[in-house]
Design a binder for this molecule. Structure first.
Ligand code: SF4
Length: 298
């Protein structure tokens, strides 16, 4: 037995985060934290220094999963941006998944603009061929002033290119955007620019989350000191309305039904935008109840 072959379970370190749609997936932790770790609103990996986990640990976790989770067909690579792993090592991981878990037919991972841009089209295609079926990208906003302010580390144009690279490799693209991230003043400008970026990128799934202020983050400090002012409930809804009004996907879903949102909205494109706008208008007229504040964090 090697030192990582203990049978109790997988070696998950720290607080583990995965997209809601990966709730039933095998969670294989191949990195710790996020290599970027500079977004001002994000407290996800504050406790973790980024590193790629050792091959022996990954292999041990796969052996454990093969014994206990062999029937599962989806697997998610944690943590923050597994795509940043150098190609050779990432191919090795995907090959080991095939070997140990032959039933897995879709592998997902978080990505960021940098990790996508580091891969060539051929490298993304090779990952796709070995089962990488979906990437989750935090777009947050299409407004360059806001992108700069929140430390995204790339312009909307570069983010668009990254999204297109994923699509060109025939890997499904799921993106998140953040309601409220531009503050009150720039709310509608952010909504329009984000809708336009989404339309140009044309992802398969969009999740619009309402920004949560997390103690310890720079955004939280800005909010406490009054430098950052969140839109109120009505402002958030108007922002969501403006974003949907400027979004047009060839074939995809726009969800704004995360627990942090005031009004659950699901839009199927093409064609579903008008119904969603009518629902939001009804909510703005007070005809549909909004989620009370205490329920939002659930
Ligand atoms: S890239 Fe994502 S995980 Fe990393 S700091 Fe930004 S929001 Fe957080």
């Amino acid at each position: 037995m090697d030192r990582f072959s203990e049978p109790e379970g997988m070696h998950h370190e720290g607080y583990c985060i995965r997209p809601p749609s990966e709730a039933d997936s095998i969670l294989l932790q191949v990195t710790l934290g996020c290599s970027h770790n500079r977004c001002t609103f994000c407290g996800s990996y504050a406790d973790k220094r980024f590193r790629i986990k050792e091959e022996a640990i990954i292999e041990s976790d796969l052996r454990w999963a093969a014994r206990h989770l062999a029937a599962e067909d989806r697997l998610f690579l944690m943590d923050g941006d597994a795509l940043i792993i150098p190609q050779k090592r990432l191919l090795w991981i995907l090959e080991r998944i095939r070997e140990h878990l032959p039933r897995v037919n879709r592998i997902g991972a978080y990505a960021n603009v940098k990790s996508i841009r580091k891969k060539t089209p051929e490298e993304l295609a090779a990952l796709r061929a070995l089962g990488l079926g979906i990437l989750y990208l935090g777009v947050e906003t299409g407004d360059d002033t806001v992108r700069e302010a929140i430390g995204k580390g790339s312009t909307a144009a570069v983010c668009l290119e990254a999204g297109r690279q994923v699509k060109a490799a025939e890997i499904k693209l799921s993106v998140t955007v953040l309601l409220g991230i531009a503050g009150r003043e720039a709310s509608l400008r952010h909504a329009r620019a984000t809708g336009e970026l989404l339309s140009a990128m044309d992802p398969d799934f969009v999740g619009a989350l309402t920004v949560m202020l997390i103690p310890g983050t720079p955004l939280y400090e800005d909010w406490r000191s009054g430098r950052f002012v969140l839109p109120d409930e009505v402002g958030m809804l108007k922002e969501l309305r403006e974003m949907i009004a400027h979004t047009d996907l060839s074939r995809g879903y726009f969800f704004a039904n995360h627990a942090s949102n005031y009004l659950p909205v699901k839009v199927k494109f093409p064609g579903g935008g008008e119904r969603a706008l009518a629902l939001i208008d009804a909510a703005l007229r007070g005809e549909v109840g909004l989620k009370p504040e205490w329920l939002r964090a659930l």
